[in-house]
Design a protein around this ligand. Structure first.
Ligand code: ATP
Ligand code: MG
Length: 147
């Protein structure tokens, strides 16, 4: 069982797509273990996207990630990390396959709806970055036995 970190980015909140994106995660059989809305500041964005800080488009990413609150979600399930990356689709929505979240809901890389951790190591770091101790909770669902 893996747990991964998802951010529903500002455009998802602005376009009232939060429910539709969360439904896709739930429909897949993933379990929500943590969920909260957050206004990101420079420090957390610089930490989260530190590998992009030298890129010319970094100021644009920072402005985008700050302009409206995001929704942080911790989800778990078998192979959750790779599964959520597949549901998410390619970074550039113009290349994301129809049926994927970016493929169905986004047009450009500047506003691509969702972030998902890309490895077990990243997921562990990112869950700690966005959730405090006690905010990711364990529980049993009646559907646990059938997914
Ligand atoms: P994310 O980390 O947000 O889930 P990703 O893992 O698919 O996306 P990364 O390479 O980690 O892709 O890039 C992080 C984010 O930086 C992208 O989601 C996108 O918002 C932005 N980004 C990446 N490359 C570009 C680019 N060439 N132009 C503009 N924005 C970009
Ligand atoms: Mg990434």
């Amino acid at each position: 069982m893996e747990t991964t970190l998802i951010l529903l980015k500002p455009d998802t909140v602005e376009r009232s797509l939060v429910g539709q994106v969360i439904s896709r995660l739930e429909n897949k059989g993933l379990k929500i273990n943590g969920l909260k809305m957050m206004q990101l500041d420079d420090a957390i964005i610089e930490e989260h996207y530190d590998f992009l800080m030298d890129k010319p488009f970094f100021p644009g990413i920072k402005a985008y990630m700050k302009r409206t609150p995001v929704v942080a979600i911790a989800v778990s399930g078998a192979n959750a990390i790779a599964t959520v990356r597949n549901l998410t689709g390619a970074t550039n929505p113009s290349e994301a396959l129809p049926g994927s979240i970016r493929g169905d809901f986004a047009l450009t890389i500047d506003a691509n709806i969702i972030h998902a951790s890309d490895s077990a190591e990243t997921a562990e770091k990112e869950l700690k970055r966005f959730f405090n101790e006690g905010e990711v909770v364990e529980y049993t669902k009646v559907t646990d036995a059938v997914v």
